[in-house]
Every structure is written in C-alpha cells, then in structure tokens.
Design a protein around this ligand. Structure first.
Ligand SMILES: NC(=O)c1ccc[n+]([C@@H]2O[C@H](COP(=O)([O-])OP(=O)(O)OC[C@H]3O[C@@H](n4cnc5c(N)ncnc54)[C@H](O)[C@@H]3O)[C@@H](O)[C@H]2O)c1
Length: 273
C-alpha cells in the first residue's frame, strides 16, 4: 500500500456545533477511513455510536482515544462486528437508530470486460442493497419519534463516472436514487436523507487503488495522484476523512433540517466542470 503525503492541507477547521446526547448513531464501515472519522465525530457530539464493520480488530482500536466532547460529555462507541453481505443481520442491527450513516464501501479498478461478476455483485450488495436494508431497519423507529437523520456517503462517482469503476459508479449512482427516495418518504416524519459526495479522500481505500490505477492506465504509481486521481479536481490535494465527517455532522444539526434529498459535493471543484 502506498502512503500518500498531502501537501497543502489547511489546519483543521473547528467543529460545527452538534449535540447528539441521548441519540444512537449507526455508522457502517466504522473501522477505517471516513467511517472511523464519522464514528469519532458523532461520539464526540455525545451520541452512542453503533460502529459496524467486518473488521473486528479495527472496531476495537476505534474506541481507543476518542476525542473530547465538543458539546458536553462525549458519547460512547459500541463495536458491532458484522459483514454487511449478511443483509438480514444488517437490517436487524439498524433497529432503534436515530442517525444512520451508510458508509461502508469497497473498490475494484478493472475494465468492464475483465471485471469479475462476483465482485460486481459484492460491491452492489455492500454499497447499495445493505443501505436499503439498513434503512428498512432504521426508519420505523425514526418515524415513530418524528426525527431521524440519514447520511449516505456517496462520492463524486455518484454524480460522475470514471473508467474502470463500473461496479462502484453503478452502486453510488444507485445510492443517490435511494437517498432521494428516502428523503421524499421521510419528509412527513421528520427524517432527512442526504448524500455527501467527496472527491478523493486520504484513506486506505485510495492508497490500495494506486497500484491498480497505475496498471489500468499504464503509468507508474508515482504519477497516479496527479495524472489520474486529481486530474479533474481544481483543488490539487486529497480531502481528509475528518473534513468529510464534519460535513456529515453538519447534516445532523438543526441548522441543516431543511436540507433533504441533496448531494453535498466535497470534491474540490470536480463537478464544477
Ligand atoms: N476514499 C475516497 O477517496 C472516497 C471518495 C468518495 C467516497 N468514498 C466512500 O467513502 C466510504 C468509505 O471509504 P473509505 O475511503 O473510508 O474506505 P476504507 O477502506 O478506509 O474503509 C471502508 C470500511 O468499510 C468496511 N467494509 C467493507 N466491506 C464491508 C462489509 N462487507 N461489511 C462490513 N464492513 C465492510 C471495511 O472493513 C473498512 O473498514 C465508501 O463508501 C467509499 O466509497 C471514499
């Protein structure tokens, strides 16, 4: 795995004001990258975080060294080791959640003609069907209490395609549709549903695809960042997981209560093209 330095990253901006005491927030893919940052951020806001991931060791590490609470006492992280391809279990674990962050994801960079059908199926299962089942599990409680927040970690690839990412782009475009439908159905029940759409984030998922991108594009690994990943981004740096988590936190604040069915681009200007 290639470690990526990220020159030009500004000093971390302060957190948005968010208080989630007494709320339960389920975050999938919480053991790593964006999900880990979201779990820590929502716990810092006071939530009891149900941290779901297939990486049990990563979940244990997550709970260590939680940041201090930003709005009173920090909440807690409860690890839920689970492979989301177990869709019935995914639906069950979501019951009783007040906030649902659909984040878990996987990636394979391969031309369509070489793309293994079983991997296509797995990507669609984890990144589209599991979010649907988690919604099914979470919405009844949210509707009963008249409040809920759904945040779907989509991608610039929910809005734009790139070559060699057929499954990922298909799943993210599907997630956009699922999120908008949940927004329409949830509006009468105090439930908002939005996507956040990052460009490339400095996480293990990106570090793992450097070699694949180099092979698919026929260039050396050291040219992948500038010539592939950041070529369409006006801002020539990766976004940090904590910056994405802050946008997720914002979507859970009262100030964001009129935002629903939206796709919040965090893409350094990529979709401005
Ligand atoms: N990194 C980026 O550049 C980027 C950009 C836009 C969107 N995203 C999206 O953000 C989300 C998180 O990506 P990341 O970069 O933090 O990746 P990551 O690889 O760092 O973390 C993903 C987590 O999901 C978990 N996961 C994968 N399959 C699972 C399964 N079947 N069951 C349970 N857990 C599973 C992994 O164990 C891992 O902990 C993904 O949906 C990804 O598509 C990432």
């Amino acid at each position: 795995m290639t470690a990526i330095s990220n020159p030009g990253t500004p000093a971390a901006p302060g957190p948005v004001s968010l208080a989630l005491h007494g709320r339960t927030a389920l975050v999938t893919g919480a053991a790593s990258g964006i999900g880990r940052a979201c779990a820590r951020r929502l716990a810092a806001a006071g939530a009891t975080v149900r941290a779901v991931d297939r990486d049990a060791a990563g979940l244990t590490a997550l709970a260590d060294g939680l940041p201090a609470g930003t709005a009173g006492t920090a909440g807690t992280v409860e690890p839920y080791p689970l492979d989301l391809t177990d869709l019935d279990a995914a639906e069950r674990v979501a019951a009783g959640s007040d906030v649902l962050v659909n984040n878990a994801g996987i990636q394979l960079v391969r031309p369509i003609e070489d793309f293994p059908p079983e991997v296509f199926h797995e990507v669609l299962t984890v990144m589209l069907e599991a979010p649907f089942r988690l919604l099914r599990g979470a919405l009844p409680h949210m509707y009963r209490q008249g409040w809920g927040r759904i945040v779907n970690v989509s991608s610039v690839h929910g809005l734009r395609a790139s070559p060699f990412k057929s499954a990922y782009v298909a799943a993210k475009h599907g997630l956009e549709g699922l999120s908008k439908t949940a927004a329409l159905e949830g509006a009468a029940h105090g439930v908002t549903s939005n996507c956040v759409n990052p460009g490339y984030v400095r996480t293990p998922l990106v570090e793992r695809q450097i070699a694949d991108q180099a092979a698919a594009h026929g260039i050396p690994e050291e040219r992948v960042l500038t010539e592939v990943l950041l070529v369409d981004s006006a801002l020539k740096r990766l976004i940090e997981p904590e910056e994405v988590a802050e946008a997720v936190a914002f979507l859970c604040t009262p100030q964001a209560s009129y935002m629903t069915g939206a796709s919040l681009a965090l893409d350094g200007g990529w979709t401005a093209h």
